[in-house]
Design a protein around this ligand. Structure first.
Ligand code: SF4
Ligand code: SF4
Length: 448
């Protein structure tokens, strides 16, 4: 399981102007979405872990493998037919927007076998609502992909996310088998199979302490050798002790200030694992890739961070939860029906229910989950509130807010110095791109 793909996270319905107006007296904003019921369109997203954290690989930075030993966690297991059907029915019933997106993840979801996914498609068809599109995506390490998988994925229009960290020597640094062996050859074989069968796929690259220093080698490889036209770059940030300690339950008094040695990887007192990306390297990585993309590839290659920055500057909002003002609309479903606030928050402290006891939409729009979503904004330190890039960044993901500002205020994002470098470089260019796009006729603006 790679670090999860940041998800789209629209604002809670209650906060949207024109959807139901002000909440009734005595009800605050956290109750508004559940009070408003179906008055507005209800969109949310679920990441499904049908096999829990089970995986055939042992990537050093995986944040999910340990879930099987987490006290009071989901443990090991496979999703039963009963839970699967109950979930699909509840999910389709709960989303009233024009599309429902099923994101199959793990662990490694292909370990469930093709018959499981054949069943998925059948049950989706059984519960489909007229006028609503059903989409499936599958995040995979690619090592179990064969011809039969490709035929299925193509026939059923699954969008595949393939985890690949760059050329062989960079990929094999951390993405290894249970015995510590390399995996590149098998993953690259999946690339060839997808290409041969015309299976649409994008790439997910974990930017870690190692490959962050070679941004152009990674970018060139993904573009020229993998043929990726949609690249997702996810920074690896792992708080030491994340296996047992839920986000925000860490020892706040021990969090270092920005710039102190413990706020970087590789130091004996560091608060992050050794493979976490250094915040300055993250800035260097984004800036280098941005410059190359801006020079040669606008309109040809999509990069998650750049697409969303352009979208924000066009007034269309963030495409990724990490750059949204609020979160809370992307929940994680475990194999046994437990639902968690986000797939980075699969800890007992953030379990919001179980679909056996309460319908999925009621959990997503519950007070607890709406509060979770608002906390992203409400816990921003003053330093972020005064930042020139606040509306581009929104303090990024709360699970990465593990350092203090130089003044000692907690809640600053570990990657902040990298983000500031990136936004300083990219925002002026993005403003120029947007100005150019806005002069085009509307139908020609879709892709940069
Ligand atoms: S905590 Fe929020 S910002 Fe972070 S991954 Fe989850 S939904 Fe996205
Ligand atoms: S760039 Fe840094 S200071 Fe600015 S909003 Fe992001 S995390 Fe906060």
């Amino acid at each position: 399981m790679p670090p999860s793909i940041p998800q789209p996270a629209p604002r809670p319905e209650g906060s949207k102007p024109g959807v139901g107006g002000s909440p009734p007296q005595g009800i605050d904003k956290y109750d508004a979405p559940s009070m408003l019921g179906n008055q507005g369109q209800r969109r949310f997203h679920a990441m499904i872990k049908p096999g829990g954290s089970a995986c055939n690989l042992d990537c050093s930075y995986c944040f999910y493998l340990n879930k099987e030993t987490l006290p009071n966690g989901p443990g090991t297991g496979r999703m039963s037919d009963e839970i699967l059907e109950r979930f699909i029915q509840q999910y389709i019933a709960g989303v009233t927007g024009p599309e429902v997106v099923f994101s199959w993840q793990g662990g490694e979801p292909t370990l469930m076998g093709l018959d499981f996914f054949r069943k998925v498609v059948e049950i989706e068809k059984k519960h489909a609502k007229p006028g609503q599109r059903i989409e499936n995506d599958l995040q995979t390490n690619g090592t179990l992909i064969d011809e039969e998988w490709c035929v299925f994925l193509k026939q059923n229009r699954f969008l595949v996310g393939l985890s690949i960290d760059g050329p062989e020597e960079l990929h094999d640094q951390y993405r290894v088998t249970k015995g510590g062996g390399p995996t590149f050859a098998k993953v690259f074989n999946a690339v060839k199979l997808f290409q041969r069968h015309g299976v649409p796929f994008n790439t997910l690259t974990c930017v870690n302490r190692h490959n962050a220093r070679r941004p152009l080698d990674v970018y060139r490889f993904l573009k020229n050798e993998v043929g990726s036209t949609y690249m997702q770059f996810i920074p690896i940030v792992e708080y030491k002790g994340f296996e047992k300690t839920a986000p925000h339950h860490w020892d706040h008094s021990a969090l270092p200030r920005d710039g102190e040695p413990a706020s970087r990887p590789g130091h004996p007192d560091s608060i992050v694992t050794d493979w976490s990306v250094d915040p300055d390297d993250w800035g260097y990585f984004l800036c280098s890739v941005f410059d190359r993309w801006h020079k040669n590839d606008i309109g040809k290659v999509m990069v998650n961070h750049f697409e969303t920055l352009v979208s924000q500057h066009m007034g269309l909002g963030s495409q990724l939860c990490v750059y949204s003002e609020l979160c809370g609309k992307g929940v994680a479903l475990e194999h046994d029906g437990r639902v968690y606030s986000c797939d980075h928050y699969v800890y007992p402290e953030y379990q919001i229910g179980n679909i056996k006891d309460r319908a999925l939409d009621q959990q997503v729009f519950s007070r607890a989950q709406v509060k979770f979503g608002y906390a992203k904004h409400e816990t921003l330190p003053k330093y972020c509130r005064q930042c020139a890039y606040l509306t581009d960044c929104w303090g990024e993901c709360p699970k990465n807010r593990i350092i203090r500002t130089v003044d000692g205020e907690p809640g600053l994002n570990y990657l902040c110095r990298g983000f500031r470098k990136f936004f300083a470089r990219a925002v002026p260019e993005v403003k120029r791109i947007v100005a150019g796009l806005q002069q085009r006729p509307v139908h020609a603006r879709r892709r940069m």
